[in-house]
Design a protein around this ligand. Structure first.
Ligand SMILES: [Fe+2]
Ligand SMILES: [Fe+2]
Length: 463
């Protein structure tokens, strides 16, 4: 079971309360019992003394008249003694009994029929010669009494009352006390619950608020203080902390958003610059417009198989248009020559790969690094018969192998000063026929698989 503040409060205070009430109750009952015994004894002593004096006065008269030897007078004196004893009784439970020295019951004054014999305990008291306050077991229970020896009759006389009668009042007090104790404990328990709830509830609310904030990051879930006590102060400070963190979060969020926007802006500017570089090579070459744009878009379609990472593919797409940038280093007389190039001119023309690489390799932008790689390798052939380095197979960078297919395909389907545009079917056939010779078979496969998309790109970006 989880130990809560409420439980701790109740468990620590309630036993103390119950114990205090119990001690107070029990000592009150004991004190009242002692008081009742004292009162009863005083009352019984008074009656015993009254009877004794009465008996002595009566016997004094008998003796004065010289009748103490006359059994009739003696009997009359005893009867008068008994009547007086009767007259002294006030409670049903009170009795006077007298025993002679052999234990025979000689007098019984009290409610009900006189018993045949005196109680055994009383006979024992008499034999011990105890007078004054006595306590013994009677026929109907324990009795408290006052005993005296009445010499003229040779009687041991005891005035007594039942303990249960004496304590009847204290029993009623005990019941009332137990009831009061129970009620007090119940009221104390309820008040403790109310008090502990008033302490624990704001703490529980604060804890719930903290939990909710942790889960949802929503700082508006912060609670307001309900009181001016320590818990209220804690709640107030927590609220201030929440608002401060919320403000910081917002500031950080704004800064992060601005930074992302700034980065996007930078990348967009970079890309614009890259596209401008692509255009530069296109203008020098007098190739059909949009050749560089289309090559970039084809690279996106075909590169998906080889560059599953979107960022890497993006680099390829924006680097691809710069594959012929090196043509700016080829003289117009060669580049724009309407006739077939001589062997020497063609060798010069081939240098556009190396020139492009030399221009681009100095830069750190991933786009330019990739463009340098493409520039150098896009005229290499899978069978090793390409230029400038005669690399073969996978020694040629993947970007160069991809661009080789895309560049040749786009040149075939475009119109040039010295040739007409090839029909699509024928161009695709040519690419397929060079699978494994001019081109990387895997790239050709990816190109063929992307045929529909390639055609759509071509049609949408013709001029
Ligand atoms: Fe080229
Ligand atoms: Fe090209």
């Amino acid at each position: 079971m989880k130990t809560t503040i409420r439980l701790k409060l109740v468990l620590s205070i309630l036993p103390v309360l119950v114990a205090s009430f119990a001690v107070a109750g029990v000592s009150s009952i004991l004190l009242s019992r002692a008081g009742m015994i004292r009162l009863a004894m005083r009352n019984l002593a008074f009656k015993a003394e009254t009877l004794k004096q009465y008996g002595e006065a009566q016997w004094g008269l008998v003796v004065a008249q010289g009748f103490d030897g006359d059994p009739e007078f003696v009997e009359a004196a005893r009867a008068s003694f008994a009547r007086h004893a009767e007259s002294l009784l006030r409670e049903d439970s009170e009795t006077f009994v007298a025993l002679d020295l052999d234990g025979t019951l000689r007098l019984y004054a009290g409610q009900g029929v006189a018993p045949q014999e005196a109680p055994v305990a009383l006979k024992a008291l008499m034999r011990e010669g105890l007078t004054g306050a006595v306590r013994f077991e009677g026929a109907h229970g324990e009795r408290f009494g006052q005993a005296f020896y009445f010499a003229p009759f040779g009687w041991y006389v005891v005035a007594s009352d039942l303990a249960s009668s004496i304590f009847a009042e204290t029993q009623r007090i005990s019941v009332a006390l137990v009831a009061a104790l129970g009620a007090s404990v119940a009221v104390a328990f309820v008040m403790l619950l109310v008090l502990s709830r008033s302490i624990a509830r704001p703490i529980a609310k604060l804890a719930a608020s903290m939990g909710s904030i942790v889960e949802t990051n929503d700082f508006s879930a912060c609670v307001e203080p309900e009181s001016g006590d320590e818990v209220g102060l804690l709640t107030l400070r927590f609220g201030e902390l929440c608002r401060e963190i919320d403000r910081s979060y917002r500031r950080i969020g704004e800064i992060a958003t601005r930074e992302v926007e700034a980065r996007v802006e930078i990348v967009e500017r970079d890309i614009e610059a890259l596209l401008a570089l692509g255009k530069v090579s296109e203008y020098r070459d007098e190739e059909t417009s949009n050749h560089t744009l289309r090559v970039g878009l084809y690279a996106d379609a075909v590169g998906a198989r080889f560059y599953p990472d979107e960022e890497e593919r993006r680099v390829l797409v924006y680097a691809a248009p710069m594959h012929d940038l090196g043509k700016i280093g080829v003289p117009d007389s060669i580049l724009l020559k309407p006739a077939k190039l001589t062997g020497e001119e063609f060798e010069r023309m081939k240098l556009h790969t190396v020139i492009g690489h030399a221009i681009l390799k100095e830069f750190r932008s991933p786009f330019l690094v990739k463009a340098a790689e493409i520039s150098l390798s896009h005229h290499e052939r899978w069978d090793g018969k390409g230029y400038p380095n005669g690399l073969s197979g996978e020694a040629i960078p993947l970007s160069g192998r991809i661009l080789a297919v895309l560049d040749v395909f786009d040149a075939l389907v475009s119109e040039r000063p010295y040739k007409r545009a090839w029909p699509l079917e024928k161009a695709f056939e040519h690419i397929g026929s060079e699978r494994g010779t001019h081109f990387d078979p895997a790239v050709v496969d990816a190109f063929m698989d992307a045929r529909e998309r390639i055609v759509r790109i071509l049609e949408a970006n013709q001029k």
